[in-house]
Design a protein. Structure first.
Length: 208
């Protein structure tokens, strides 16, 4: 898609959409002020660049990989929610992939809460909650990492299931260029990591 622009800077609006295997920002405004390449909402799958013909060209980058895992846990919803959501900074208590974790914000729950996680293998990631529906769901995104991650978001959803709780984790990710082509190959490993995390949560809650 080419957009002919009369002058710079220029304010425009793009609307993208969500499908089963992709997650794109909706109704995003972006102002182009120079000849540098810029990214839509700092995400790597759409890039804008000025061409010599003064057209704004969009190049569709690789879309995020989507993974979804679910688990039924025989514990009340409030207990599961408290451990995962309110205990956001203590994920190392139950996730076998995380060696250590801590809160890195004054807030300890809700939008704006940040945690730092050190991986068992090596490296770290910092994540921030940006959507919060009390005792229903929350969404997080990475804000810094030693891993070459171009995009990562995750959503946890909680629902009563008899005397227990159904927990669902949805995960969208894309590696940075030039490693983006590896993203699809890593899907099985990513799924296993998510499954192990929910299994670790169940074991932890059962041992309390």
């Amino acid at each position: 898609m080419d957009l002919r622009l009369r002058s710079k800077p220029y304010q425009f609006r793009l609307t993208t959409h969500k499908q089963d295997d992709e997650y794109l920002t909706q109704n995003t405004s972006l102002k182009v002020t120079n000849n540098l390449s810029v990214s839509l909402n700092q995400q790597q799958f759409v890039r804008f660049k000025w061409s010599n013909s003064s057209k704004l060209k969009t190049t569709i980058m690789g879309k995020p990989i989507y993974v979804k895992v679910e688990k039924n846990i025989s514990k009340p919803l409030e207990q599961v929610w408290n451990k995962v959501a309110l205990g956001f900074g203590n994920v190392s208590d139950y996730n076998p992939a995380i060696k250590a974790s801590r809160f890195e914000s004054d807030k300890k729950s809700g939008v704006g809460t940040i945690r730092h996680c050190d991986f068992v293998s090596k490296g770290y990631i910092k994540e921030e909650i940006f959507e919060w529906n009390d005792k229903q769901s929350f969404k997080l995104r990475f804000i810094e990492s030693s891993v070459p991650m171009g995009f990562m978001e995750s959503k946890f959803s909680f629902q009563e299931n008899g005397a227990g709780t159904s927990i669902t984790q949805e995960f969208w990710y894309r590696m940075k260029a030039p490693m983006g082509w590896l993203s699809g190959l890593m899907k099985g490993k990513m799924r296993k990591t998510l499954v192990d995390g929910l299994n670790g949560l169940e074991e932890h809650l059962n041992n309390q």
